[in-house]
Design a protein. Structure first.
Length: 634
């Protein structure tokens, strides 16, 4: 296969939005909330191959609506080409509603009546596009309808004419072939001479055929797996990969032997099964990585088995798939990791290597303060009801500066929901870095402002970063230190569960000794506890101590996003010295400063000494100046 081609694999077939019930063990009738994921077999494989390092492309249609845009953005986020993910103006994106009752029961309903991905036609792609890939991978559903079947056959013709490898995941769903009631999406196998005939008409067009034993039964026309494989072998010289669940898989490159084990058999990986849905798509993703890179069947099957095993231990399909880094880490340590689903390193790698937006530099306006605004209102003799409007004015200044200073991809804010919910609603979806506090202001020991962290995060947008400020000292008395550490551990654990990033802000208490070495000790302590925040928020340190911080973070969590500098109401000249000390330290990504920028003008506004426009212009000038000092650091 030509490795110089633009694409490694084009995935053609089902793509949908999966709505997964979040109540494990419940009937679908009783599910009360759902998580939204990218889904559909081909969509999952396009996503899975992309995060395995292949140049994948999605050939399908989605609706001209929110769900279609979600699918497009999810694929683009992981680097999948969407140039041929067509927007269908007349049809809606397919949906799947599903749940997890137990290890064997996965109620599932396909909402695919006249859906967008079943409207694909041969006019939606060119021969040049198909020829630009090393492999065309389709799923069996698109062979179930005359129109999509015609499009698939055209794509296969283009592929064969241009030396493009062809692969099929049989992906047999009786309901999608019209063999069950619409509500019986869970059923995996029904014998059908019609389906067998229609599959066998095209099997000779493929170089690689992948399926479970039941899927080979339908393709081979026999419920005896070996006989089914022999029947298929009479029709095609394709390489056959039979998925065997927990037993692993067997590969057949020539004549079919008398037992499955006589094929190239690679054993599976032991995990606790939570959800088998999506495991086959993950398997196909790992298999294609090894197959297209020419790594041999043993390696390809090892990739495939591990991908499938990790997915069955997690909620969801596409988001449960391992990244290339995660998978490689597991396979390097496989002998020492009997249960990959319980391995802390793998779970951490899954969390940090599947993140979205990259932030190489940040200039953050921090106005998540609550006590300070209340104190200002009292000083000015005005009601605290003015604070939400004031925060909207501060955000207005931030937006204008972001535009004027060219902060695209670098703009951010810290804002609270107590007084700034309107700001949070406005900024969400703009592509900004958004931090949101959870601590009860000035609490020591640390308390959470709005109660249990888990109950808070369930209603937060995923792009909101959990900001937790803890007044922590390595020499705190033992009971206080343990109480604070326990709370931070709970916050970190909740973030790992919910998928939110964590910004841990550490400030040494004002009434205790404060120096750079103590900050280093505090960071080490949290790492020793197994807490690996995505971000640190720290005060300015001496240049040589930033070197120590950088070495520490790189050693303990090389996937840490970095550090943002806090301001503590310091004058800009003092902040400039702090910026200069951090110059050239790649771990320091920027600043998150507040009162230095808005403190004095906000008090003046509350006193009636500045009108709205003067307030905005004053804050803008301060912000522009601080950005200039950051950019000029040396």
């Amino acid at each position: 296969m030509d490795k110089q081609k633009k694409l490694d694999v084009i995935c053609m077939g089902r793509i949908a939005v999966d709505l997964y019930g979040q109540q494990i063990g419940s009937r679908l009738e009783d599910m009360s909330s759902f998580a939204k994921y990218l889904g559909g077999s081909s969509g999952n494989v396009a996503y899975g191959t992309a995060i395995q390092g292949l140049k994948s492309s999605m050939l399908a249609r989605v609706g001209d609506e929110h769900m279609g845009r979600f699918i497009r953005e999810e694929l683009q986020r992981v680097g999948c080409d969407t140039s041929h993910l067509i927007t269908d103006k007349d049809r809606l994106t397919a949906l799947v509603i599903l749940g997890i009752k137990d290890q064997d029961t996965f109620p599932l309903i396909f909402y695919r009546d006249n859906c967008a991905d079943m409207a694909i036609t041969s006019t939606d792609f060119s021969e040049e596009y198909i020829a630009s890939a090393r492999c065309l991978a389709i799923t069996g559903t698109h062979l179930s309808h005359p129109k999509t079947r015609a499009a698939v056959l055209t794509a296969l013709e283009y592929a064969k004419r241009n030396g493009v490898k062809t692969a099929i995941d049989i992906d047999y769903r009786p309901v999608l072939w019209g063999l069950t009631s619409l509500g019986d999406g869970e059923k995996r196998f029904i014998e059908s001479n019609k389906v067998t005939k229609e599959l066998q008409e095209v099997l000779s067009l493929f170089d690689l055929i992948v399926g479970t034993e039941e899927e080979f039964h339908i393709a081979g026309g026999s419920t005896d797996t070996i006989q089914a494989l022999k029947n298929i072998r009479k029709l095609t010289n394709a390489e056959l990969v039979c998925k065997r669940g927990a037993f692993g898989c067997s590969v057949f490159t020539g004549a079919i032997p008398e037992t499955l084990d006589e094929g190239i058999t690679v054993k599976g990986v032991r995990v606790d099964v939570l959800n088998v849905l999506g495991a086959g798509d993950a398997f196909m993703s790992g298999l294609l990585r090894g197959y297209l890179n020419g790594e041999g069947w043993e390696k390809a099957a090892a990739y495939a088995n591990a991908c499938g095993a990790l997915v069955v231990s997690r909620h969801g399909c596409a988001p449960a798939m391992p990244s290339k880094i995660e998978l490689d880490n597991y396979l390097e340590r496989a002998a020492a990791v009997p249960r990959p689903d319980l391995d802390p390193m793998l779970n951490h790698l899954h969390r940090v290597t599947t993140r979205g937006t990259q932030w190489e530099e940040l200039c953050v306006m921090a106005f998540d303060h609550r006590i300070q605004f209340v104190d200002m209102a009292r000083t000015a003799g005005v009601d605290v009801s003015c604070i939400p409007y004031l925060k909207k004015l501060i955000f207005l200044a931030s937006r204008e500066v972001a535009e004027e200073a060219g902060l695209q991809g670098k703009a951010g804010l810290l804002c609270d929901s107590t007084f700034g919910q309107d700001v949070l609603n406005d900024v969400t979806g703009r592509g900004w870095w958004i931090g949101r506090p959870i601590e009860l202001p000035a609490s020591r020991p640390l308390c959470l402002e709005h109660g249990n962290i888990g109950s808070q995060l369930v209603s937060w947008p995923k792009e909101h970063i959990v900001k937790c400020l803890v007044f922590f000292h390595p020499e705190d008395n033992h009971p206080l230190r343990l109480e604070q550490e326990k709370t931070v551990q709970e916050v970190y654990s909740a973030c790992c569960q919910s998928g939110h990033e964590l910004l841990l802000e550490v400030i040494l208490p004002a009434d205790m000794e404060r120096n750079d070495e103590l900050y280093l000790r505090a960071i080490k302590r949290f790492y020793n506890l197994g807490i690996k925040p995505d971000w640190w928020k720290l005060p300015p340190l001496q240049s040589e101590n930033w070197d120590e911080v950088q070495l520490l973070i790189q050693k303990r969590d090389p996937y840490c996003r970095g550090v943002v500098l806090l301001g503590l109401d310091a004058p800009q000249a003092e902040l400039q010295a702090g910026f200069n000390a951090a110059a050239g330290k790649s771990i320091v990504k920027g600043f998150a400063v507040g009162r230095t920028l808005f403190g004095k003008p906000s008090l003046a506004w509350m006193k009636g000494e500045l009108d709205d426009d003067a307030l905005v212009q004053t804050i803008k000038a301060n912000y522009h100046n601080l950005i200039a000092l950051w950019r000029q650091r040396k």
